[in-house]
Design a protein around this ligand. Structure first.
Ligand code: GJV
Length: 418
């Protein structure tokens, strides 16, 4: 048994690194510099803590053991960008094979180059995060740019150089190994092209590297590909995922395993599910864009917190299990009035390696055609781990006049991954 004293002694004091607004009644809100007493660490993401006598969950990554909070570097955070692991992964073939095998993705970039081949003539191009160099090679193969700077931080760059030479394009394509933030080019470029999109569009935050390169290396009036991006949301049913992870415990082998359901919810529904494939018939309403980015005006600071709104009119009655997200990017033409190329990763377009991202509610809600689901989404970048973010959803369901009793609201925060 634990006495009060021992309990007190097992608490640790932490200082908040940054402001946080709790998204549900069991989460605390706090300001940077607040001192919190952490009582328990039930998971690596969410801790149980106390502030001014109030107890609730707090995101672990906002807590610093340093009295000075953000001022002093926490030695456990050696690299908030986790570059060693990140570029280490891109130094192997697995991810490049996955990206190159993704026809929708790779063909979209090929199409952009092909449909702009005349205008690309004599242009200087930077391909940021070129990987095996496919986009740079398309430029050399399909157009006549004066120079393509292919920038790649991982060790794949050494092979990319060989691929360029092997294909006879070493006069046109220059491979530069290094982080785009650190490399030096001899000149500014006319076109900045990159395939930076992660799960739920922003995850990995490679987009920050693109914005910094834009400000430094793109000439005034130059073109960025993709030129704009949007994150799309839809309320959905996810029957088989729900059955597999939650309903399973109801009666396995004729036994009642429902006491495990709270654990299942914590384990399977706390984080979003990447690599979900949503069928068009799982969508309960028409999808809506919640966040739109203009790559010319977007600023690095804007990435800290992005907010969006949604309003859906339910078109299909069924179990509302959660929301599914995907993104679309557009490549404007170099010619006035030229056709825009689009890469859409949603359920009504060709499959891509991104698939879709599923955000499960804790409990399904049955909804009827005519009900409305509206609310907000906030993407909050992790203040420490720069490639991570938390997605917070607030939603309100309003029954239609035929179904006025079906009104309720909910809120949930999903760490991705910290
Ligand atoms: N500088 C240079 N190469 C980079 C950078 C950077 N700042 N960031 C990522 N890469 N769409 N989510 C490289 C990385 O090593 C990999 O080869 C490629 O860009 C990622 C492209 C796909 N990732 C994505």
């Amino acid at each position: 048994m634990q006495t009060e004293d021992e309990d007190e002694a097992s608490c640790e004091e932490y200082v908040a690194r940054s402001d946080f607004t709790g998204s549900s009644t069991d989460q605390l809100s706090f300001s940077r510099g607040d001192r919190l007493l952490v009582h328990a660490k039930p998971s690596s993401e969410w801790w149980w803590a106390e502030l001014q006598g109030v107890i609730g969950y707090v995101p672990a990554s906002y807590m610093s053991q340093d009295a000075a909070g953000e001022e002093e570097e926490d030695p456990s955070i050696e690299d908030p960008w986790q570059d060693e692991e990140y570029f280490g992964n891109y130094g192997t073939l697995r991810l490049h094979l996955e990206m190159l095998s993704d026809k929708s993705r790779t063909e979209a970039y090929r199409q952009v180059i092909l449909s702009n081949s005349a205008s690309l003539s004599s242009k200087r191009v930077m391909d940021l995060g070129c990987g095996t160099g496919i986009i740079s090679l398309f430029c050399a193969q399909l157009a006549r740019p004066s120079m393509v700077y292919a920038v790649e931080a991982s060790s794949m760059a050494e092979y990319t150089r060989q691929l360029v030479k092997q294909n006879g394009y070493d006069e046109v394509v220059t491979v530069l190994q290094g982080r785009a933030e650190e490399i030096e080019l001899p000149e500014q470029v006319d076109v900045l092209v990159s395939e930076w999109m992660g799960n739920c569009l922003l995850f990995e935050f490679m987009v920050e590297s693109v914005l910094l390169a834009r400000d430094r290396w793109l000439r005034d009036g130059g073109t960025i590909w993709p030129s704009s991006a949007a994150l799309t949301f839809v309320p959905c049913q996810a029957d088989s995922y729900y059955a597999e992870k939650m309903a399973f415990w109801e009666r396995p082998y004729g036994l009642d395993f429902t006491p495990l359901q709270p654990l299942a919810q914590q384990e399977f529904f706390t984080k979003p599910k990447f690599s979900h494939i949503i069928e068009p018939c799982d969508c309960l309403a028409a999808p809506c864009d919640v966040i739109s980015l203009d790559m010319y005006t977007l600023q690095v600071g804007d990435l800290e917190e992005m907010k969006g709104q949604f309003h859906f009119c339910v078109e299909k009655s069924g179990a509302f299990h959660g929301f599914t997200a995907w993104f679309t990017v557009c490549f404007e033409s170099l010619e006035a009035g030229g056709a825009t190329v689009e890469l859409n990763t949603g359920p009504n377009s060709g499959p891509t390696h991104w698939k879709q991202t599923l955000f499960m509610l804790d409990r399904p809600v049955s909804v009827c055609a005519g009900d409305s689901i509206s609310g907000t989404i906030v993407l909050q970048r992790n203040p420490v781990w720069r490639r991570h973010m938390t997605v917070t959803l607030h939603w309100t369901i309003k029954g239609s006049t035929d179904n006025p009793d079906n009104s309720q609201a909910g809120t949930k925060s999903f760490p991705m991954w910290r």
